[in-house]
Design a protein around this ligand. Structure first.
Ligand code: PLP
Length: 716
């Protein structure tokens, strides 16, 4: 990786660029920004690309520029401290988990936009866990896929009828923060997996995230048959056969790759059912070593953690029996059990004997089982009660750890420095202490309001910048489309965001139920409101595409006067601007359908107030003063009734509470009561809904017992 052109004095820039640690440390970002500002922007904030393209002249100048060198030394010293610090939370509180890494398996990881191998919330959670593990000193190795085409890019077009166009971009590996890993004998193939009648070789890429390493599998090796080289090209393909093949590679191949690299995890954590074959492979290893199946299963259970994320049965990963048969008849035998017994592990009453359910497999094979919020825990125990018919529903052995966000990644830099001034230089390391946030109440309202307005201007500026580019790139962009893209956005106006994956249960069109009433709210001459939408529909999800079409049509009508906007191609980069730059974060899922949700936590962290159905994390996070709930708890008798009641409540809240609160100002133009709610939102949400609190809970409740079992097994 070493870039020969980099002068000795600043030679570690290379090392810094390939460790995504820089992405959540603003001083490090500033360093790359000040090296070559235009290139930093053109590279899409990608230091690997920037360093490849920066001129030798610029590098030489930087190496003799005192202010750059000061910055460089300070960043490198912070980096070294973080990479080597031994006085960590884990060391002080849970040294039992230190004698081997925890292995984390996930289909997707969202670390930074320069590595686009994620689709949404599941990947964001996985990425946030990798970052937080580095901070807490938890040894973690993660396993996933290096998708060269990742997830699709969304482009909205007026013709023929406001559809979503999808395109895939090929990642240039040399410009990505990844390092090729070879087998111990220097070969690109690190491990092999049998798929039907072919033996596939797996290549591996390493991603450094602070102290956490992520190993990404790749089938694009010369020795693999052509049709299989594309197997890991894209994330969440609709084709079930391909999905099954990917999951076999991830689960079985992932374990073999770790073994080949001589990594011996103490604890194994499966993120969602996609990764469950990892458990099977470990049972197979034990059986191959002479342990009887029942004992092998017990050993694997004791050392395995599984997190389920899906509150509806239809959403779980299921394969047909003929599909499973194609790949698992022989494999089943190598487990020392009959094929029929093997199938029983994937049995669930919801699909009878016709299907193999990955969540059922994982729940049976993992000894520590977990859901992602308190309410989701209840829903999950009810849903899987059939696996434990001998106990009551409350006693179904599935616990919960509510998700949280990696605070340094999601806080706006402006607010980061604001918190440094008002809460203390070390606020980031102390952000999960509740008392720390009490100091926020001493901050003058006008200062916080000024910071909020600055973030709104930044958001509006970045949306306009996207439009400007589009205007230049395409001739004749219709004016309607320019309005829908945000031409008339105004930073002073109360701004609501509905920004999330487009799917029916999230009800993106609920707010359009009574168009005239919405029009009166939005177009109020003195107290106007604007709404920003963003989000992708899965390419195969036609009903959700119809919803997207409906919203986009609204954004292009004259009736809303440019105050309804659709920002296309929602990704991590845009997410940062949006969760930091609007006033209200709207969430309208059908009850019990949102497992947790994390975007509202990111919003609250930045002083954006949450307005949501009381579902997922908000069921436990709402305290009566830190935001609003739509419709509160009730059991709707039909979806139609739920829509009617919730839409009515949403309009009422906007008319009676939200709009008046935002526009009620003191003589200096400061909305004091609004700012009080902002302070309540920040101080009640940040200490609790952070990845720090989440990972500490995982460690104490799940990793510690699994690590103890693992050590015991090693000794025995
Ligand atoms: C946080 C985030 C999500 C998850 O948010 P939800 O609350 O589950 O909708 C999805 N996509 C991106 C890009 C995010 O940043």
């Amino acid at each position: 990786m070493t870039n020969g052109r980099i002068p000795e004095r600043i030679s570690r820039l290379d090392e810094l660029a390939t460790n995504l640690w820089w992405s959540w440390h603003d001083e490090a970002r500033q360093l790359f920004r000040s090296l070559d500002y235009p290139l930093w922007r053109l590279s899409g904030h990608n230091p690997v690309k920037e360093l490849r393209e920066v001129s030798s002249d610029t590098l030489e100048k930087a190496a003799s520029d005192l202010s750059f060198l000061n910055q460089y030394d300070s960043v490198m010293s912070a980096f070294d401290t973080d990479m080597t610090e031994s006085d960590t939370w884990i060391n002080r509180n849970c040294p039992e988990v230190l004698s081997g890494p925890a292995a984390y398996f996930s289909m997707e990881y969202a670390i930074h936009n320069s590595l686009p191998i994620y689709a949404g919330g599941l990947g964001i959670l996985a990425g946030d866990i990798c970052k937080e593990a580095s901070q807490l000193g938890l040894p973690l190795v993660a396993v996933g896929f290096m998708y060269p085409e990742g997830y699709f890019h969304q482009h909205l077009c007026m013709n023929p009828n406001y559809c979503q166009e999808e395109s895939y971009q090929q990642l240039t590996f040399a410009e990505a923060p990844i390092i090729r890993v070879s087998s111990p004998d220097g070969e690109p193939s690190v491990a092999t997996v049998q798929l039907d009648d072919v033996t596939l070789s797996l290549g591996v890429w390493q991603v450094q995230v602070g102290r956490t390493d992520i190993y990404l599998l790749d089938t694009n090796l010369e020795e693999n048959p052509p049709q299989y080289r594309e197997l890991s090209a894209r994330l969440y393909v609709a084709d079930r056969e391909l999905r099954l093949q990917q999951e076999i590679l991830l689960g079985i191949g992932g374990v073999r790759v770790l073994r080949a690299l001589d990594i011996n995890p103490l604890v194994w954590h499966a993120n969602e059912g996609h990764t469950a074959f990892m458990m099977l492979e470990r049972v197979r290893e034990e059986v191959a070593g002479g342990t009887p199946f029942t004992e092998a299963l017990k050993r694997v259970q004791a050392t395995t953690v599984f997190t389920t994320h899906t509150p509806v049965l239809a959403g779980h990963d299921v394969f047909s029996i003929p599909q499973i048969e194609r790949y698992f008849v022989d494999y089943g035998k190598s487990l020392g059990i009959s094929y029929e017994t093997f199938l029983q592990f994937g049995y669930h009453e919801s699909s009878g004997n016709q299907a193999f359910n990955m969540t059922a497999l994982a729940l049976r094979m993992a000894g520590q089982r977990c859901s992602v919020s308190r309410l989701h825990g209840k829903v999950t125990r009810k849903m899987w009660h059939g696996l434990w018919p001998e106990v009551s529903e409350e006693q179904v052995p599935i616990a919960h750890v509510t998700n949280g966000i990696h605070v340094p990644s999601w806080v706006a830099p402006e607010l980061h420095y604001f918190f440094e001034r008002h809460l203390g230089k070390d606020w980031v390391n102390r952000h999960d202490e509740t008392q720390l946030w009490e100091r926020l109440w001493d901050v003058p309202d006008e200062e916080l309001w000024a910071a909020r307005l600055q973030l709104k201007r930044k958001l509006v500026g970045s949306i306009r910048e996207r439009m400007r580019r589009r205007w230049l790139e395409e001739d004749e962009v219709p004016w309607k489309q320019m309005m829908a893209m945000g031409a008339l956005l105004d930073p002073e106006t109360l701004t609501i965001a509905f920004v999330r994956r487009f799917t029916e249960y999230k009800r993106p069109t609920l707010i359009f139920r009574d168009i005239e009433r919405l029009e009166r709210i939005i177009n109020n001459e003195f107290y106007p409101v604007q709404i920003i939408f963003a989000g992708k529909s899965h390419p195969a999800d036609l009903p959700s595409k119809a919803l997207l079409h409906q919203v986009y049509t609204m954004a292009t009508t004259r009736q809303f006067r440019g105050r309804i906007v659709f920002v296309e191609d929602y990704d991590m980069h845009m997410a940062r601007y949006l969760v930091q730059g609007v006033d209200v974060w709207l969430n309208t899922p059908r009850r019990l359908r949102e497992a947790c949700g994390t975007s509202g936590m990111k919003a609250s962290l930045n002083g954006v107030i949450h307005l949501s159905v009381r579902d997922g994390w908000w069921h436990e996070g709402y305290n009566g003063a830190n935001g609003w709930v739509i419709g509160d708890d009730y059991s709707p008798s039909s979806p139609e009734e739920e829509d009617r009641i919730d839409a009515e409540e949403l309009y009422r809240l906007l008319e009676e509470k939200i709009v008046p609160l935002y526009y009620s100002r003191d003589r200096r133009g400061i909305p004091n009561d609004w700012i009080s709610m902002v302070k309540e939102a920040i101080s009640s949400v940040v200490p609790v809904y952070s990845a720090s609190r989440m990972l500490k809970e995982y460690t104490k409740q799940m990793y510690r017992p699994a690590a103890q079992a693992s050590r015991h097994q090693r000794l025995g």
